[in-house]
Design a protein around this ligand. Sequence first.
Ligand SMILES: Cc1ncc(COP(=O)(O)O)c(C=O)c1O
Length: 344
Amino acid sequence: MKYIDLRSDTVTRPSEKMREIIASAEVGDDVFGDDPTVNELQEKVARLFGKEASLYVPSGSMGNLVAIKTHTNPGEEAIFEEDCHSLNYEAGSMGAVAGLVSHTFRGNHGVMTREQVEPYIKKKSLHTPPTTLIALENTHNHAGGTIYPLEEIKKLRDMADEHGLKMHLDGARIWNASIATGITLDEYGRYFDSIQCCFSKGLGAPIGSIVIGDGEFIEKARRFRKMFGGGMRQVGILASAAIYALDNNMSRMSEDHENASFLAENLAKIDGIDIDLESVQTNIVIMNIVSSGKAVPDVLSELKDMGMLAVQFGATKIRCVTHLDLDRADIETAIEKFKAVFSS
Ligand SMILES: Cc1ncc(COP(=O)(O)O)c(C=O)c1O
């Protein structure tokens, strides 16, 4: 059965054209720095964000870890939003591998403010783990693909400068934020010491992420990538897909955003489904079904039997994500399937 797969934007498959590009990519040994396609991708992305350099890595999780490990020392403290991906879905790497103490704050739609976090920044002393880094997530996955307001990012940057903190962005879906707001990648790049972005989500490439920063930072990061087993060889075959995705699949993300709004508005009309429409800002829709009295696994199983996939996202919540392998007709069909499940 061909499913309407709304589990994630990571489920997309490379198009025929992308496969052709992959097949004809020029390659070399990237651990020696010899892969021309990887070098082209790294230069292109650094330029897009107005930074000196970037480093191709296998995954977003490795990108966050490499970047944060490069900025910090074990026993230091880093500030994260409570529901961020790095702390909750990356297998504990920030503690287990980077050796960090995490101080978390509850964000509003994933957004922590300067007023909220500044009083808790710790100075170096005999007793305390000094705070040395703040990490943001834009868009924020768990909050529903929400966008970090630029004004808040600027205030946090000022705070970071005043207290000597590094600022990292988990920009797995920064492309979506940029397309939705019109704020350029280069503008976002100005406020962070490092950014991690994924090609394997809304952009539709099969694998790969990238860490962006200044030249010295990236040279240091290269060593940690090697330490974590992320040094790859003729990986231009994958980098070529990322270049193709950047050139062809970014501006069309507005379709995914329109589809997500359409899905959310229609699902919100169904009895038993509650959606915070304010949180639907890009390609993610999170719904709470507690008022229906139904159990999430039962709903997901019924939807699956009807040819539709979504994921559980907390005890009473379901997440749907729109992406380039789904068109408006698929979304209309998905709405009908939800109606059928919730009317029974
Ligand atoms: C916000 C965010 N950051 C990082 C990641 C990690 O990416 P990967 O699955 O490539 O490790 C994800 C994956 O879904 C994510 O949503």
